[in-house]
Design a protein around this ligand. Structure first.
Ligand code: SF4
Length: 177
């Protein structure tokens, strides 16, 4: 928001995240954006589909591996942002995905530009990762919830990979096998 304000851009937020599971996590992130929107006087469009994990799992299909599912997940969300821009008659869009140090930044940029071009729109690029630590500090100071994993159930599982292995081992040991 600081970067956009400095550039004289007045953004409209769009919340569309069928990739955030389970429901309580989705709800927490909705609440967090609500707090941010209030703090920064940001108008937000909340996608009507809401907690739409069914369509997300259908779109991902068998592409569960991180290298396959993430590009598809980016595409779903960037495409939705482009569609919403067209609907609102806003010619330029960007994405909060460009803030993450954990996402495939170059791929997101390339995809954003390609999707924007296909729809006769513009993709606004900025390396928001430069404000990574500042964003964390500001969220902590303001008591805004910070996500502990990317979003989908697969990413939540990957977060606990070591614990999952330890648990499996201890269960196996308990059963003598
Ligand atoms: S890890 Fe994140 S970007 Fe990748 S599929 Fe899951 S929610 Fe989408």
């Amino acid at each position: 928001m600081e970067v956009l304000n400095k550039e004289g851009i007045k953004p409209v937020g769009y919340f569309f995240n069928p990739n955030i599971h389970p429901f309580r996590e989705y709800e927490r992130r909705v609440e967090a954006l609500g707090t941010v929107a209030e703090k920064y006087h940001l108008p937000v469009i909340w996608d009507k589909k809401g907690y739409d994990l069914d369509s997300w799992f259908t779109a991902i299909g068998e592409n569960r591996n991180v290298h396959k599912r993430c590009p598809e997940c980016y595409r779903i969300r960037l495409e939705a942002a482009a569609q919403q821009s067209l609907k609102q008659e806003i010619e330029t869009f960007t994405t909060t995905l460009l803030y993450s140090r954990y996402q495939r930044h170059e791929l997101i940029t390339e995809m954003g530009r390609e999707i924007a071009h296909r729809h006769g729109l513009k993709f606004w690029y900025h390396d928001f990762r430069q404000g990574w630590q500042k964003g964390i500090d500001m969220a902590i100071d303001s008591g805004i919830y910070r996500q502990p994993y990317c979003g989908c159930l697969f990413s939540e599982r990957e977060r606990y990979k070591k614990r999952e292995k330890r648990l499996a081992q201890s269960l196996s040991d308990t059963q003598g096998g």
